[in-house]
Design a protein around this ligand. Structure first.
Ligand SMILES: [Cu+2]
Length: 471
């Protein structure tokens, strides 16, 4: 017997214990770290301000769009938003909403991003938005040269760049143009949710996005008004002192108190929470339940179990999952109660009606009008000829709610329908089915000209490009 055998065995054992390490999910070899240079042009985009199948508006998160390349357009605009009842604030936006739309994707996906700076486009009837200015886009989900991809572009310019998602998580995006603080506090932010390559380890019944942020506002020193209400503008003194006037979830003071997020008893709710700041910390808590899981920064590798609260600095995030134990309204708060009292409160409630329809509906404020002249003509025509039987986003009347109609039907179909509904009702299966649904009341031919039909279509397309909202 070899006297070295025990030694050799010991050596082999030690070696064996080291070898079978699991592959690193973040191995550099699995990543794309060679993004192509950004492109800046003077092409001006004229269509919808936000485009892409991966985008969700409001708190309800759409399921993952399976395509590996996600085309995302978020144009910058200047507009008046209502951050609390009657409080009209002169905001700067991505995609014409605050927060901007949520992008949902998966590790390995490529984001093909395009943005036109449209801060110089006049808002009809409103002459009080901020002067046009430079803007930019900074995606925390990307690994790219900031000097190339995040450069500022002038009004009328378009920037395009792409990047691959290397890490899962909930990542902030924001404007990075100086003064960054002012651009963020004016509304230029949103979330990118990147699922792990193989999905989440749990199955959720509901998925919501909650973005917390602060507003720092004061009445316009020039005393301008919007629809009779005083206009509010950024208060830069408060901003620099970190003294917000409002701290809110999803852009609206107590917004999800008025319109609670629905959930049923026994359901597992997955909530992606991003604290934008720009300057405050959030102590996120849901009264009445416990976070079964907390994935800090939205990455299941950073897991905590059984937590009451998760602490989020500016631009930190977490995916939290919790069960709804019994009937009730579970209260989301920033447990820094000074922040909650400024509006960072919302409800997840078993008492709401099934909201799917309501949430898909477009609560377009009466003050919002299209900018395209054809769409404006379409709106006027619609209001005089069609409102007897149709609504926009307020449910079915004698005929269907037209919000979403361009998603249900093709342009050709709608054109034929508006031209000759009686003929369609005889020849087209979808039209016949619709007639049945609407109590066999045939829509009378409205004797529309081709021009009018084109205008209605433009208006319908504009409606469907508006972000739906939960408030
Ligand atoms: Cu900006």
């Amino acid at each position: 017997m070899n006297k070295y055998l025990p030694l050799i065995c010991a050596f082999l054992l030690a070696a064996c214990q080291k070898t079978p390490t699991a592959p690193d999910p973040y191995a550099i070899s699995t990543m794309d770290l060679k993004p192509v240079p950004a492109k800046v042009t003077s092409e001006r985009h004229k269509g919808a301000f936000a485009e892409g199948a991966s985008l969700s508006m409001g708190a309800v998160l759409k399921p993952l769009d399976p395509s590996a390349i996600k085309t995302v357009r978020l144009d910058t605009t200047h507009k008046i938003i209502e951050i609390a009842p009657g409080v009209k604030f002169s905001a700067w936006t991505f995609g014409d909403t605050v927060p901007g739309p949520t992008v949902r994707a998966r590790v390995g996906d490529k984001i093909r991003f395009v943005m036109t700076n449209r801060s110089d486009e006049p808002v009809p009837g409103v002459r009080v938005t901020a002067a046009p200015m430079m803007h930019s886009m900074d995606f925390h989900a990307a690994m790219v040269s900031p000097q190339d991809k995040y450069r500022s572009i002038a009004p009328g310019q378009t920037i395009e760049f792409e990047f691959t998602l290397n890490y899962p998580g909930i990542f902030m995006y924001h404007c990075g143009t100086p003064m960054i603080l002012e651009h963020i506090a004016s509304g230029m932010y949103g979330a990118v949710i990147v699922e792990p390559r193989n999905g989440y380890p749990t199955k959720a019944d509901r998925e919501y996005v909650v973005v917390q942020s602060e507003f720092y506002i004061k009445p316009d020193p020039g005393k301008q008004k919007v629809d009779g209400a005083p206009l509010y503008v950024l208060d830069t003194d408060r901003l620099r002192d970190s003294r917000p006037t409002h701290t809110v979830f999803n852009g609206v003071h107590n917004g999800m108190v008025k319109n609670p997020l629905p959930a049923k008893v026994g359901e597992r709710v997955r909530m992606h929470v991003l604290n934008v700041g720009p300057s405050k910390t959030s102590s996120f808590h849901v009264v009445g339940t416990i976070f079964d899981r907390v994935w800090f920064e939205g990455n299941p590798d950073n897991q905590f179990r059984g937590m009451q609260t998760v602490l989020l600095g500016s631009s930190n995030s977490a995916t939290v999952e919790f069960l709804i134990p019994e009937e009730g309204s579970y209260i989301m708060v920033d447990h820094h109660f000074a922040n909650a009292s400024q509006g960072a409160i919302g409800l997840v409630s078993t008492a709401t009606k099934p909201p799917a329809k309501e949430l898909e509906h477009h609560n377009i404020p009466a003050t919002r009008t299209p900018t395209d002249p054809e769409a404006i003509a379409g709106k006027l025509g619609f209001e005089s000829k069609c409102l007897a039987c149709h609504t926009v986003g307020e449910g079915d009347k004698l005929g269907p709610d037209v919000a979403g109609v361009t998603k249900r039907r093709s342009k050709e179909w709608l054109t034929r329908w508006m031209k000759e509904p009686e003929k369609m009702l005889q020849t087209d299966a979808d039209a016949k089915a619709m007639l049945k649904e609407y109590n066999n009341l045939p829509m009378p031919n409205q004797s529309l000209t081709d021009t009018e039909i084109r205008q209605y279509l433009k208006y319908f397309e504009w409606i469907d490009a508006q972000p739906s909202s939960t408030h």
